[in-house]
Design a binder for this molecule. Structure first.
Ligand SMILES: NC(=O)C1=CN([C@@H]2O[C@H](COP(=O)(O)OP(=O)(O)OC[C@H]3O[C@@H](n4cnc5c(N)ncnc54)[C@H](OP(=O)(O)O)[C@@H]3O)[C@@H](O)[C@H]2O)C=CC1
Ligand SMILES: O=C(O)CCC(=O)C(=O)O
Ligand SMILES: [Mg+2]
Length: 480
């Protein structure tokens, strides 16, 4: 059934195809969904055609004509300015199309450093309230990596996508509002807080504000826990990654609100790391006293003050009283384990003990860094897909940017946008087509048919294929 065409300023809505709808935060997908796509700046010119070729071929092969994607080209970035006029980087047409059709995919868009426009990528995530940025980092056999055992890393970075630095609330040092704000903070706000002592914001500072809300945190971590519930074995594990030792009321609160969610709304299916230790200690020694259990979970227990010892004892007792029956006797082992790690330490942990981690739920800035770093372990930004997911829309895009020095040369690795397409197909429930592509990618890489970024790391070196050549290799290897 064709949807009634929408009207746009400069676009013509597809006359065939049907819109994806959302019910209770989930997409309801017809057999002929209309999917808007943004080609992207820089290497988007190379990557998008390669991606579309692979997605169309996979859908055709998997469903033999019963399903097809009705692509709808929409504009953002430089291409939009060419069509809509100077500074029209994100036209209303594009927003209207994504609003109407719900699921979109995009190539990378340029953001200048310092002055100039704010990020279009961030704007899209904000406008459609795509609050979870989901970036899986897993290894495809044969991919060269700087690490000895890249196959041990299989994590999904859940990066909060609307708060923290993405709020973009900041003032330039020379802005009179900034000067006024600094004066107010120095003269009134800081002195009124007894804990801040004689601190003063240095003159000439730029100011940025980092808001982190309970609502924003919990809706994000809720999706991360639900994702972990769909996994098996020790992958049922969510690590809250934060810098709460330093930023107590933003990053620290993220951790606390995460634990609160896990131990209330998800009480029946979650166990925290500390709870798991307490339950495990008792399972190993049924006659263990509360104090001995507390001694085992708290290093240095015997040198603590009486008050602190009493607090740990009370924690042990509370855990055993509240979940001893429901989670004890080993039942906790099949539940989602929720723990937390300080952000700097997780950067070394994903390299030294990668197999211990699964879903890394974190705030915006940490997630930006971690997703590039984790991608490097499994082969680099050419293999790093992503999805921005909300309750009424989703936009799929790679972790990387426009890689401008490679633009228009048909040499860049399209793998990460193709894999973002795989995530989109999975999100739509088109698993058969998604599987064909992952098989095709794995087989192409295993056979040494790779773009320059992977070819230069291979031992012995191989001759690289082009961006379009990689897409053809993937299609040729559908089915393994
Ligand atoms: N979602 C988005 O649209 C994003 C946009 N950006 C924007 O992109 C622009 C450029 O950012 P920049 O910091 O250079 O980061 P990029 O991610 O664009 O590129 C940095 C380097 O990473 C490698 N790389 C990136 N993509 C690929 C790929 N598909 N295949 C192989 N290698 C790849 C290349 O390394 P090498 O040359 O060594 O091979 C490249 O030079 C900026 O304006 C930035 O704001 C950045 C991130 C995300
Ligand atoms: O929007 C941008 O230019 C950068 C975005 C980015 O780095 C990311 O999404 O990881
Ligand atoms: Mg980034």
């Amino acid at each position: 059934m064709a949807t009634s065409p929408l009207t746009f300023e400069k676009l013509t809505a597809p006359t065939a195809g049907t819109a994806i709808r959302f019910e209770d935060g989930q997409p309801v997908v017809p057999n002929d969904p209309i999917i808007p796509f943004i080609r992207g700046d820089g290497t988007g010119v190379d990557i998008w055609p390669a991606t579309q070729r692979v997605l169309d071929a996979a859908v055709a092969k998997a469903y033999g004509g019963e399903r097809r994607i009705e692509w709808f080209k929409v504009y953002a970035g430089d291409e939009a300015c060419d069509l809509y006029g100077t500074y029209q980087y994100l036209p209303e047409d594009t927003l209207a199309a994504i609003r109407a059709y719900g699921v979109a995919i995009k190539g990378p868009l340029t953001t200048p450093v310092g002055g100039g426009i704010r990020s279009l990528n961030v704007a899209l995530r904000q406008i459609f309230d795509l609050y979870c940025c989901v970036r899986p980092c897993r290894y495809y056999a044969g991919t060269p990596s700087p690490h000895k055992r890249p196959q041990d890393l299989d994590v999904i970075v859940y990066r909060e996508n609307t708060e923290d630095i993405y709020m973009g609330i900041e003032w330039e040092a020379s802005d009179p509002v900034c000067l006024e704000l600094i004066q107010h903070l120095n003269d009134t706000v800081i002195p009124a807080n007894g804990k801040l002592g004689k601190r003063r914001i240095p003159e000439g500072s730029g100011i940025g504000i980092k808001p982190v809300s309970k609502h924003g945190t919990q809706r994000h971590i809720r999706k991360a826990i639900r994702h972990a519930l769909s996994l098996q074995g020790n992958k049922r594990h969510v690590t809250l990654v934060h810098k709460g030792n330093i930023m107590k009321f933003t990053e620290g609160a993220f951790r606390d609100w995460g634990y609160e969610l896990a131990t209330t709304e998800f009480r029946d299916v979650c166990v925290t790391e500390r709870e798991s230790w307490i339950l495990d200690n008792l399972e190993r020694n049924h006659s263990l006293s509360i104090q001995d259990n507390a001694r085992l979970i708290e290093p240095g227990y015997d040198s603590l003050t009486a008050e602190k010892k009493a607090a740990i004892d009370a924690e042990v007792k509370q855990v055993l009283d509240s979940i001893g029956e429901s989670h004890g006797y080993g039942k906790w082992k099949s539940m989602v384990l929720v723990d937390d790690r300080i952000a700097d330490s997780i950067f070394q942990q994903i390299q030294t003990r990668p197999q211990e981690y699964s879903v890394l739920a974190t705030l915006n800035l940490n997630g930006d860094y971690i997703s590039d770093a984790a991608a490097a372990v499994v082969g680099g930004l050419g293999m790093a897909p992503g999805a921005n997911i909300g309750d009424n829309a989703a936009i799929f895009e790679a972790t990387h940017g426009t890689a401008p020095k490679h633009a228009g040369l048909d040499r860049i690795n399209p793998g990460s946008v193709i894999l973002s397409g795989v995530m989109m197909l999975e999100y739509m429930g088109w698993q058969e087509a998604a599987d064909l592509i992952t098989q095709g990618i794995s087989a192409a890489i295993a056979g040494g048919e790779v773009t320059y970024d992977l070819a230069r790391l291979m031992e012995p070196p191989v001759e690289p294929v082009s961006c379009s050549g990689f897409a053809e290799a993937v299609v040729r290897h559908f089915g393994g």
